[in-house]
Design a protein around this ligand. Structure first.
Ligand SMILES: C[S@@+](CC[C@H](N)C(=O)[O-])C[C@H]1O[C@@H](n2cnc3c(N)ncnc32)[C@H](O)[C@@H]1O
Length: 213
């Protein structure tokens, strides 16, 4: 099997050009819950989810197109009609993938390989992303974030807790500035499994969009 590049630079010119395509559920799943993994890589989480919940439309999005292609082929081989894969640079063209108020939950799992201070400008969880996600969430929908890197989780939490994000109607499901103990679903990503195998901690936060917004 062909090797897939470890990283691409999301700030590179090629990845700044919007080209993500809409994710369309099959007709039998019209109106079904929509669960989205952002930055899915091999998509272990999305595959497990889709197999366990044929009543949900599960979408895995990834900037590395080789993973998108490989995952699409595997989903077809496994005849998972409720599992869709697509390209996205989540900081550039996620708006093209979903209609407003159409997604039940976004999962941002172990998102940032760029954790050094000099790579700070490459962190994915920033206010513009939260604005996009909130627009696309249904009322009462959720953003689930997990990482093995404490500092990155604190950075993400600071973005979620910023008054501008709160003004979007996002609130911590536990209480302000709190980690969540529970994974909202009984599935884990490849990186979460590795983190547990190494005896390391998973830092998790969960934010819900107010029902009134
Ligand atoms: C550390 S991996 C984690 C993969 C998987 N979620 C897991 O937990 O095993 C982070 C993934 O996010 C992808 N990624 C990074 N920046 C992205 C962006 N701006 N848009 C979409 N995907 C991105 C990377 O290519 C990589 O596959």
């Amino acid at each position: 099997m062909r090797n897939i590049r470890q990283h691409v630079n999301p700030l590179g010119l090629y990845y700044q050009q919007p080209r993500a395509q809409p994710a369309r559920a099959p007709e039998r799943l019209s109106g079904a819950p929509v669960e989205v993994e952002l930055g899915c890589a091999d998509a272990k989480f999305s595959f497990d989810f889709a197999r366990a919940r044929p009543d949900c439309f599960v979408v895995g999005l990834e900037i590395r197109e080789a993973w998108v292609e490989r995952n699409q082929q595997r989903a077809a081989r496994e005849e998972l009609d409720n599992l869709h894969f697509g390209y996205v640079n989540m900081n550039v063209d996620l708006d093209r993938v979903f209609a407003p108020k159409s997604v039940d939950r976004f999962h941002i799992l172990f998102p940032d390989p760029w954790f050094k201070a000099r790579h700070q400008k490459r962190r994915v969880v920033e206010l513009p992303l939260l604005e996009t996600l909130t627009r696309q969430l249904k009322a009462g929908g959720e953003i689930h974030y997990a990482s093995d890197i404490f500092e990155l989780t604190m950075h993400a939490m600071a973005e979620f807790e910023d008054p501008s994000a709160r003004a979007l109607g996002l609130h911590n499901i536990v209480e302000p500035w709190s980690f969540a103990r529970e994974n909202p679903v009984p599935h884990t990503s490849r990186r979460e499994d590795t983190t547990h195998e190494r005896g390391q901690r998973v830092w998790r936060v969960r934010y819900r969009k107010s029902a009134e917004v």
